[in-house]
Every structure is written in C-alpha cells, then in structure tokens.
Design a protein around this ligand. Structure first.
Ligand SMILES: Cc1ncc(COP(=O)(O)O)c(C=O)c1O
Length: 408
C-alpha cells in the first residue's frame, strides 16, 4: 500500500486525553433515564446535586434589571464589586482577606482547574482523599495532573486518613493535597485538627493545599465549618476554591472564586484567567445581590437539608445490610448496599425496575474513585428533593434492592 493511500485510510482521532476521560457517573445513565421516562415511568433523580430550592429573588431581580446596553467583557479577576462582597462575606466568617486575594472564576469548576494548573506541571501528582468529587478526574485530565488517591472508609464515616497515609504517597512529583469539606460524595466534614494535620504535613513536604469548600454552609447538628483560610500555618500555601452554585441554589450562574493569600498563586491564576478573558458578567451582577442578602436565606435552606438528610438516613436504615454513617455536611451520602455491582444495579433500576410506575436514579459509586474497581457496592445519593418525593424515592430504592437481589 502506498504511503498516500495509507494516509487516506488513517482515521482522524480525538486526543488520548479525551479518550481517557471517564464519562460522568452522575450523567452517564441519563439516556437510560430518558428511555424510562419515554415509557411513561416517573424517575426520581437522586443522582445529581441539582438543588430544587428556589434561587433567591434578589439574584433573579438583579439579573432581570441588568440594563447595560453593551454586554461587555469584564475584568479577568471579576467585577470589583463582587470581589468586595466576597471579601466582606469572608470577614463575617472571621477570615480577613484583601481584595487582591480574591479572583472570580467561571464557577467552582474553573477555580479547581486553575488551581491544579497553577500548582502542577504535566505529570505532577496531587493527593486526594478518596472517594472524591468525580469531576476531579476530568479536571486533572485537563491539567495533565495525576491524582493519587488516599483511601477513606465507609465504616468510619469516611474520616480523613492519617498523616502517615498521606505521607507514604508523597513523591518528588507531588505538588499538592486536594480535599473537599464538607465532602461530596461522602458528607464528611474535616475538623480543625484535621486541617492542622494537613497544614503541618504540607509545610514539612512543601506542598500546596487546595481546599474545595463549595458546601461551606451545609453543616448539620449545630456543627461548624473550619476553612483552610482559618489555619494560620497554611496561610502561604492555601488555595480555597468556592462557588455560588450550592450556596445560592444557582448552579446555572457559573460564578465561583479562587482565594489565596499567596501573591504568586494569584499571579499565576490571573494569567490563566486572562487567557479565558473574564467570567460571565450578568451572573456576577446576580451574585453581588446574593452576597448582599445572604443572611436572609441560608439558615432556612440548611435546616431543610438537615431534615432531608434525616429522611434519607431513616429510610436507609430500613434496608438490611446497608452500611452508612450519618453525614455531617453537604447534601450527599455514600452508603454501601447489599448489592454486588452498583453500576449494574443503577442501570437495572432504570431499565428493568419500576413500582407503581416509578423508579429512582442514583449514581454508582465506582465513578467517585480513581480506581474504578473500587466502590462496587456503593452508590451516591444527592438528597435534593422535597420531603414527599425524597421519601418515595428512598422507598423505591429499598424495593429495588430487594427485587434486584431476588431476581436470580
Ligand atoms: C465538591 C464540588 N466541587 C466543585 C463543584 C463544581 O461546582 P460549580 O462548578 O457549579 O461551581 C461541585 C459541583 O457539584 C462539587 O460538588
């Protein structure tokens, strides 16, 4: 075969990077859910962290009242008024910042990608307690960073691994520890002493600390949240990633921020930010209104989620063989169920199961692990539905587990 016809035959392929990226475990079963709906089955969605709480009126009004005649580019660091409001919001949490420490990003997702790209070069490693928010896999692929998992365990409420567990995974390529508290998918909340341990280790090994705190306010049973920005020892190495998505039930706004007191990191992040020009302008105007009125709705929202968490735990307790600990925060739980393959189970719930015309969609656990052979008996539940729907969804889940195990 001539070189010319060989070249003709060669298929044009997308990159290895995109091929290696996993399909989102939260979204990959959506076609099956759509087919179930087309058959007339009602599907309760516990698979995705899309809150059903109404977005605050002040945010919507600010967006509706946006009157500029040109929807222009804004500053790469975000609108100055929003950066001021964010600074002010942190002051009320006893976190003193300068406006220069705050960069507005296109949601928390971009803040995490920027942080990874700012601390690591291709091939570098970042430690992360596992299971972890599934999109960290995708973000790490984009930044060409290798995530190194540090396992946590359902049996002890997914508490933070010991210093030794982190230390033994540190290599010359390790640049940072990435962690999320309150945690998605486990609902674990790391204590001040946990963060102090991480800060001590990071100092010893000269690592950055990337703290994903997008669920900061979602803390239950009168507990409180410690931010990495509260930890003195981490001051020069902490990079905090945040978002308005969950706090204001405004996931579509795509506004978040990256906060660090380290000017080098802020410079690096600014360069990345300049390459994407600016975060969305109108949504930032909405976010300003959100932060100005935050005192009006947080408490009510958090109480509602605590109530939902209790419903989920009560219903899970009725499933023989389910293993879980009551989550302390966020709006997720990752129970181990008496099933052999959560992936197959989650699919089966959509393709084969329905009770009185309804079924429940959950996210299989394997997608929340770096090694997809793990989490085979776990599912992630997002308790984002109203009481009656949530109860129904959980009861369907229990019936589904029974029917699934009885089918052979
Ligand atoms: C732990 C965690 N971090 C970051 C994000 C990204 O949030 P967003 O990009 O909507 O701000 C999410 C979204 O679900 C999340 O759960």
């Amino acid at each position: 075969m001539s070189a010319k016809s060989k070249a003709k035959k060669a298929e044009l392929m997308p990159s290895k990077r995109s091929a290696a990226m996993q399909a989102s475990p939260i979204r990959r079963l959506v076609p099956l859910a759509d087919q179930a709906k087309a058959r007339g089955t009602k599907v309760y969605h516990l698979n995705i962290g899309q809150p059903d709480i109404v977005t605050p009126r002040e945010i919507m009004d600010a967006v509706r009242n946006f009157r500029d005649e040109v929807l222009a580019y804004g500053p790469s660091l975000g609108l100055p008024e929003l950066r001021q409001e964010i600074k002010h919001y942190f002051e009320k949490l006893d976190i003193m910042l300068s406006v220069d420490d705050v960069m507005v990003t296109t949601a928390g997702s971009e803040a995490i990608v920027f942080a990874l790209m700012a601390v690591g070069d291709p091939g570098d490693e970042v430690l992360v307690p596992e299971p972890f928010y599934t999109n960290y896999n995708g973000f790490a692929s984009m930044a060409d960073i290798r995530l190194v998992a540090v396992p946590t365990d359902v049996e002890d409420g997914f508490s933070l691994p010991s210093k030794a567990e982190f230390a033994k995974r540190i290599t010359k390529k390790t640049k940072a520890i990435l962690f999320c508290s309150p945690n998605n998918p486990t609902g674990a909340v790391f204590s001040r002493s946990d963060l102090e341990m991480l800060a001590g280790l990071a100092k010893e090994k000269n690592l950055w600390l990337l703290a994903d705190e997008v669920y900061r306010e979602f803390i239950y049973d009168g507990g409180y949240h410690t931010s990495i920005l509260h930890i003195k020892e981490a001051e020069d190495r902490a990079i905090m990633l945040d978002s308005v998505s969950k706090r204001f039930s405004a996931c579509g706004a795509r506004v978040g921020c990256l906060v660090s007191r380290n000017p080098r990191i802020m410079q690096a992040a600014l360069k990345l930010g300049q390459a994407r020009l600016c975060p969305p302008t109108i949504e930032q105007v909405g976010a300003i209104a959100g932060y100005k009125n935050i005192h009006k709705y947080l408490k009510k929202m958090v109480n509602e989620y605590q109530h939902r968490r209790d419903i989920v735990c009560d219903e899970l307790a009725k499933i023989d063989g389910a293993v879980f600990t009551k989550p302390k925060g966020a709006f997720y739980i990752m129970p181990q169920l008496p099933i052999d393959d959560a992936n197959e189970f989650a699919q089966w719930m959509l393709t084969d199961f329905s009770h009185q015309g309804a079924t429940t969609m959950v996210a299989p656990g394997d997608g929340f692990y770096a090694d997809p052979s793990k989490g085979k008996q776990e599912i992630r539940i997002a308790y984002v539905l109203k009481e009656a729907d949530l109860k129904k969804a959980m009861q369907l889940l229990a019936l589904g587990v029974k029917a699934y195990n009885g089918r052979r």
